[in-house]
Write a protein that binds this ligand. Structure first.
Ligand code: HSE
Length: 440
């Protein structure tokens, strides 16, 4: 049988990784797929630029449109990122009956509903394993390996750049900007690194994970998104004293009332395996009702780890090319006509525990006043640390951990605490999750 012909949109870090892995492992890949897979064409922004891989045998030019319209191409691999022109090119490829493999989380999170509908209509596949957590086969695990479970929650370290920055801040006391520059130089950070540090990249990935876990439409606009920009070394250190690590987590949880979709810095007990995932590594913890907790760990970015996911998708596509479209694994794990319309909860309705830090006047009765405000709202305190005043200071840091409470109730308590005369400035709040088997 003739080889499957692949056209690459983009021949940068991941594109070159894909070419290299396909070449190096060609025999084993063909034995798995049942046919050889060859990259025959690539479209790039600047064809004259030297590439970090061997491009012999690949026709490289600057015409992406011509590539998606080329009748000689069977599968288009989209690696240009961003939604524009990626959306248009992917839709054009689908329209021409081509299967698509993409690493583009923004495209899937924002336009996946439209893209999958078009693919369904045309009977082609759109595979996107590389869009979430790079080389970790988390889409495959959730969509197929855990298909017997009711998924209760998913919590993941899904932005390597943020995890790298947090790890270096804690372990090496390095400055934020310095660590970010290193992540960019290593090719982990997005072209626009605000997507990493403001949590947008993680929110794209969480949107995808939540849809596959719960069988709901993609709803990026409903994800509560907070990045690591406001975290201080002081809070990271106090969390450590209390036995916690601060991680930037994407959390999707099913409750009686609806679905929580949130991305924010989170204190997690340091004894949890996921709390010890450091540097640029990613990890996703999935709680299924039958299997219990399962943890998936690996490289979330980089040339060959991401290529590993792209090539696995290519093998999947090739294996099922001749299958009846109705019998393929659905894009969002659940049959398209069986997606549920569970409401996504507003942040005020989300229940979590909290780390609170405030600067209070060092005099008797202040702690009692703070405790009264929390107690009146049914917020129970789990731990307290009060630090010595710094030299010449009248105020001291007061750190509290609370039990679980609705965010709306905590907002009311924080407004009342910030109005107390002995409390200076605003209260720092970081959400806390124990990530135990009870789902909390
Ligand atoms: N910028 C992403 C990260 C790369 O830091 O995890 C992979 O999506």
């Amino acid at each position: 049988m003739r080889p499957v012909r692949v056209g690459l949109l983009g021949l940068g870090t991941v594109g070159c990784g894909t070419v290299t892995v396909l070449r190096r492992n060609a025999d084993e890949i063909a034995r798995r797929a049942g046919r050889a897979i060859e990259v025959v064409r690539a479209a790039v922004r600047d064809p004259a630029r030297p590439r970090p891989c061997v491009t012999e045998g690949i026709s490289v030019d600057g015409d992406a449109r011509a590539l998606v319209e080329d009748p000689a191409i069977d599968v288009v691999v989209e690696l240009i990122g961003g939604t524009d022109p990626a959306r248009e090119l992917v839709l054009a490829a689908i329209e021409r009956g081509k299967h698509v493999v993409t690493a583009n989380k923004a495209l899937i999170a924002l336009h996946g509903n439209e893209v999958f509908e078009a693919a369904q209509r045309r009977g082609v596949m759109v595979a996107f394993e590389a869009a979430v957590a790079g080389g970790i086969p988390i889409i495959k695990a959730l969509r197929e390996g855990l298909a017997g479970n009711r998924i209760l929650w998913v919590a993941g370290i899904i932005n390597g750049t943020s995890n790298f920055i947090l790890t270096e801040m804690r372990d090496a006391g390095r400055e934020f900007a310095d660590v970010l520059a290193e992540a960019q130089a290593r090719g982990y950070a997005e072209a626009d690194p605000t997507f990493d540090v403001e949590g947008i990249d993680a929110a794209h990935k969480l949107t995808i994970l939540a849809s596959i876990a719960f069988g709901i439409p993609l709803q990026f606009e409903r994800v509560y998104t907070e990045g690591i920009g406001r975290l201080t070394a002081e809070d990271v250190a106090y969390a450590g004293e209390l036995g916690y690590r601060v991680k930037h987590l994407g959390i999707a949880r099913r409750t009686e009332e609806g679905v929580e979709l949130r991305v924010h810095p989170t204190l997690i007990p340091e004894r949890r395996l996921i709390a010890n995932v450091d540097g640029v590594m990613n990890a996703v913890l999935v709680m299924g009702d039958a299997v219990g907790p399962t943890l998936y760990y690996g490289a979330g970015a980089g040339a060959e780890p991401t290529a590993s996911a792209v090539v696995a998708d290519l093998v999947d596509v090739v294996r099922t090319m001749t299958a009846d479209p109705g019998n393929r694994v659905p894009h969002l794990a659940f049959q398209p006509d069986a997606l549920a319309d569970h409401p996504v909860l507003p942040m005020e309705a989300v229940e979590t525990a909290y780390y609170l830090r405030m600067e209070v006047e060092d005099r008797p009765g202040v702690l009692a006043e703070v405790a009264r405000i929390l107690g009146e709202r049914g917020i129970s305190i789990e731990a307290v640390i009060q630090k010595e005043p710094r030299a010449g200071e009248t105020h001291v840091p007061l750190i509290l951990l609370t039990h679980r409470v609705r965010e709306g109730r905590m907002n009311e308590a924080l407004a009342a605490i910030e109005a107390l005369p002995p409390v200076r400035g605003s209260v720092t709040r970081i959400r806390l999750e124990t990530l135990d088997a009870g789902g909390q």
